[in-house]
Ligand binder design. Structure first.
Ligand SMILES: Cc1ncc(C[n+]2csc(CCOP(=O)(O)OP(=O)(O)O)c2C)c(N)n1
Length: 929
């Protein structure tokens, strides 16, 4: 079955079990492919031994035991690998990695065993076999891969790890350039430490091998077809990556250390500390250019991961690269954060899912064996920090950080694997942290033994230079020369930094060119014409309501489609879902792709959307909006995650401002599971990092008696975050207004995140419908909606302001009571607050006695604290009798809503009565005034 872009729907290849895998299959790797049973191994050994005069039965037995030995190394060899530069972790040789365990003791070690090609050998002595296995699996690289189901992947890794010849080999030039990068990494930290004593830099000291290793990722990535890499990482070594991998000018970083801004002063915003900033550059190796982009990130460890993945996926889609070969995500992690932060698993979870996978992410763990002051045994329950990756069967390369060749080899292998199999892979580099968590910290308070060792431990550069000297690759003095040359360069850059001024901010370039910051004041923001031609509506309607003859849709869906057809035919009664489809359809026609992602979004949580029609006979899918053209439509049922998926969609919105990217919460209540993405990225990202986003959040909201967790999208949280024109928060009550606000999002020359409290009961409310004329001609988004049954302005004595579906309940109660002097006005956009427009209305209501703010939410939630000062200001400016708004709503509450239906109904009735002045409290208030 195919979905968007012909992507497979059955999931990733490793999830299928249809390859001829048997327990013995990898045991027999290298053997004649027809020899798939242990008897055949034995038979081969017998036949081979027969001609030599050896004991044939013994030969058969020995071969089988040798095979078991080989297999044990493949599975468990990493347990005996030499990984810890400090030698702190005691790792005894497991008994089953000894030949004795497999029956080879004493003189038996010199017995010949027939291997039939395993380890690249036809035969060899047991001693030789063990020696090769130890070299292959227990050196500075320990490979975990036998948890992978896919035999081809296992074979691939085996071939690169195994055999007499399988050694890590670099040319003398290659070795020298590895050492040069190690020197740069080390000296950069030392230089910063000298020039900016005590300033936090979260140095890489002890993990310098990462820098040549990342060079290898770029270089070999380019050779294997990577055109662009998006990196995400936390504090540790970030300045080193910025300078020595991303090639951010040293002088720019020095200037930031001296207190200078990363951007021209007039750009504004809050800025951010230097070890959170991103940058981009082009690097070229052997004539192949690779574009690099390091995504800015907050302190919140690992929160940037889904953002990177979303950004990558967007770029891949823009390139039409479905396998993901051309854009590579690289995530660098700390060991404690990798093991501890749940978002890491959420991101691994994306790796095989259509619509979210990126063709494999390369993970690099800077495993310095401590997290701030916490030792690993208190930070995780698993043996390695990388075990979380096993959930998706990613191969894991553990590597000793004191051996930069081994680390570089691991990266080279990782990139080859990723490009070949399009799957995630992890490099776990064991290293140490030479100083405290930051440079002002004393690590010996908590890790005295570790730090006693570290103080005695020579730096990577010294160890590696000594090795290269011994190999004759470099002469005496070579290292000193490199250090002196690099330090001289840094001195020159340091001087240049004194007059360095960033010449421009880089935020409206590339995919963002043509867009900018809004050029009008936030209060006067002009409306955008978002109405469309009637003819367009009809054409889109026809596509939306035509069921292809070969698609057997569900009979209830036929009725839904029939009802939609009637809306288009009569031009009346457009409901929410149809208006939304119409908004999407018109944007697609105008060339704006649309991506909607959320739990069960294809059908819609409330069975309202039905954007994907599933053939009831064969399960095939038909998606009317994909027929709209020319732009691409995708709706994705997301994995059950909020943090990860919202981060992913935010990342997408950064890369692709021409696509309307929407994330939908199942119920708005679940949005707080993604709070880090909201606080750190969506609300503050533009101010901190000059990165705009047009992401839309759809949060089903409304008090309908469904209890504490199915009522509120927490509008108060968003409103509290609003400042400096950073967000838009809306609660639309008509399908047409929803249509226009979605269209407005793409039809402006700037982008701002948009948070919409979306309805539940209004999806099917008789009054919450729109007419054709509401979508066409001069129609546009209305920040304030008038009362459909309004008295004349001069007759209004009580103005009830509200937002959301409560308006309909107020209309009904008011009309039933026959209150002729009450006007109920809806504030559809809460931020930016339409204060000017409201003022104009207030001024016309010259006989106002009372102004009420009515809301369903408890007083400490919802909108009250946001609107109260704003209403008071406008009432003052209008010079009317009421000076302050009256609150009508639920009392302050700890829980957002009651779970008891009766109590809900009573509360709702009371607040409506209060809002309309029917309650005793309202009467008392009136008397008192
Ligand atoms: C989500 C989150 N929680 C807590 C912190 C505070 N914090 C900063 S660094 C750190 C330790 C990280 O250890 P590790 O991941 O091993 O990286 P390292 O600093 O050792 O390189 C902690 C707890 C944070 N930045 N983010």
């Amino acid at each position: 079955m195919e979905n968007f872009d012909g992507e497979r729907e059955q999931g990733p290849s490793w999830a299928r079990a249809n390859w001829p895998l048997t327990e013995l299959d990898d045991l027999n790797a290298g053997l004649d492919p027809t020899a798939m049973t242990i008897e055949k191994v034995a038979a081969g050994a017998k036949a081979a031994a027969a001609g030599t005069g050896a004991d044939v039965a013994q030969a058969a037995n020995d071969s089988i035991c040798a095979m078991m030995l080989i297999r044990t190394y493949r599975v468990r060899g990493h347990l005996a690998a030499d990984l810890d530069p400090l030698g702190l972790v005691k790792r005894d040789m497991p008994a089953d990695l000894t030949p004795e365990f497999h029956g080879f003791a004493g003189e038996a070690l010199d017995r010949l065993v027939w291997l039939g090609g395993a380890l690249g050998l036809e035969k060899g002595t047991v001693r030789e076999v063990v020696e090769i296995l130890r070299r292959n699996y227990c050196g500075h690289v320990g490979l975990e891969y036998m948890h992978i189901n896919d035999l081809q992947e296992r074979r691939f890794l085996q071939e690169r790890m195994e055999g007499r010849e399988a050694e890590i080999r670099f040319t003398p030039e290659g070795k020298k350039s590895i050492l040069t990068k190690v020197v740069q990494a080390e000296q950069w930290e030392k230089f910063l430490a000298r020039k900016y004593v005590g300033t936090k830099r979260f140095g890489l000291d002890g993990g310098e091998s990462m820098v040549p290793a990342l060079e290898a990722v770029i270089k070999y990535g380019g050779q294997y077809g990577v055109a662009s890499m998006v990196l995400g990482m936390s504090h540790r070594g970030r300045l080193n990556v910025l300078a020595n991998v991303m090639a951010k000018p040293y002088r720019a970083i020095f200037s930031e250390f001296a207190g200078g801004s990363a951007n021209p002063e007039d750009v504004g915003g809050s800025g951010d500390v230097k070890y959170h900033l991103g940058t981009s550059s082009d690097r070229e190796f052997d004539g192949i250019r690779v574009h690099l982009s390091l995504v800015p990130n907050p302190s919140h460890l690992e929160a940037v991961d889904p953002v990177v993945l979303g950004k990558v996926r967007a770029q891949q889609v823009a390139r039409g690269d479905i396998e993901g070969d051309s854009v590579l995500p690289v995530l660098l992690h700390g060991d404690a954060a990798f093991a501890g932060q749940g978002i890491v698993s959420e991101c691994f979870g994306f790796s095989g899912i259509p619509g979210y996978n990126t063709g494999g992410c390369l993970h690099f763990v800077i495993n310095n064996q401590v997290g701030f002051t916490t030792s690993p045994q208190f930070g995780r329950s698993s043996p390695y920090p990388s075990d979380v990756a096993k959930a998706v069967q990613a191969p894991i390369l553990h590597v000793n950080g004191d051996d930069p060749e081994a680390v570089t080899f691991a990266c080279k292998l990782a990139i080859e694997y990723r490009q070949r199999f399009n799957r995630d892979i992890v490099i776990d580099m064991w290293c140490y942290r030479r100083f405290g968590h930051n440079e002002g910290d004393e690590p010996s308070f908590t890790q005295p033994l570790m730090y006693a060792k570290i103080r005695q431990h020579p730096p990577v550069s010294a160890l590696y230079a000594a090795r290269l000297e011994q190999e004759g690759v470099i002469g005496k003095g070579w290292l000193d020369g490199e250090v002196a040359a690099f330090t001289a360069l840094l001195e020159t850059e340091f001087e240049a930094a004194k007059s360095y001024l960033p010449n421009k901010a880089d935020w409206f370039e590339g995919a963002w060119s043509g867009l900018g910051r809004p050029d009008e004041a936030i209060t006067e923001r002009r409306n955008v014409a978002t109405g469309v031609a009637g003819e367009t509506v009809r054409e889109i309607g026809s596509i939306l309501t035509t069921i292809p003859a070969d698609v057997a849709v569900h009979k209830t869906l036929v009725r839904i489609v029939d009802a939609r057809r009637e809306m288009f035919e009569t031009g009346e009664g457009f409901d929410w879902a149809t208006a939304e489809a119409l908004a999407f359809g018109t944007l697609l026609r105008e060339g704006h792709p649309v991506r909607l992602s959320g739990q069960d979004s294809a059908r819609g949580t409330f069975s309202q959307r039905h954007s994907v029609w599933v053939d009831q006979e064969n399960g095939a899918k038909y998606i009317p909006l994909t027929q709209m053209g020319p732009a691409r439509f995708e709706v994705r049922d997301s994995p059950l995650s909020e943090f990860g998926v919202l981060g992913f969609e935010y990342g997408w919105s950064l890369a692709d401002p021409q696509t309307l990217v929407l994330w939908e919460a199942q119920f708005g209540d679940f949005v707080n599971g993604a709070q880090v993405i909201i606080d750190q990225f969506i609300a503050a990202g533009e101010a901190k990092w000059l990165r705009a986003s047009g992401l839309v959040l759809l949060l089903p909201h409304g008090y309908e008696g469904q209890g504490p967790e199915h009522s509120s999208g927490r509008p108060e949280r968003f409103l509290q975050l609003c400042a400096e024109d950073n967000l838009q928060v809306a609660n639309c009550t008509t399908p047409a207004n929803y249509f226009h606000i979605l269209r407005r999002q793409m039809n402006r020359d700037f982008r701002k995140p948009l948070v919409i409290m979306t309805p539940k009961s209004l999806l099917r409310h008789k009054q919450a419908v729109s007419s054709l004329a509401d979508f066409t001609g001069e129609s546009h988004f209305k920040r304030i909606l008038s009362d459909p049954n309004a008295p004349r302005d001069a007759d209004v004595t009580r103005l009830v302001l509200t937002t959301g579906k409560l308006a309909y309940e107020l209309f009904e109660a008011r009309d039933k009571a026959g209150d002729a002097n009450i006007s109920i006005v809806r504030i559809e956009q809460l931020y930016p607050f339409p204060g000017e427009a409201l003022l104009a209305r207030l001024k016309r209501m010259t006989n106002l006695e009372e102004v009420v703010w009515a809301q369903e939410e408890p007083k400490n939630q919802g909108y009250w604290t946001h609107v109260e000062p704003r209403l008071e200001r406008r009432l003052g400016e209008a010079g009317l009798k009421p000076k302050r708004p009256i609150y009508a709503g639920r009392e302050p509450a700890a829980s957002p809503a009651t779970g008891l239906a009766k109590r809900h109904a009573a509360e709702q009735a009371a607040l409506i009565a209060d809002a309309l002045g029917h309650s005793s409290a309202a009467t008392a208030r009136r008397k008192a005034s």
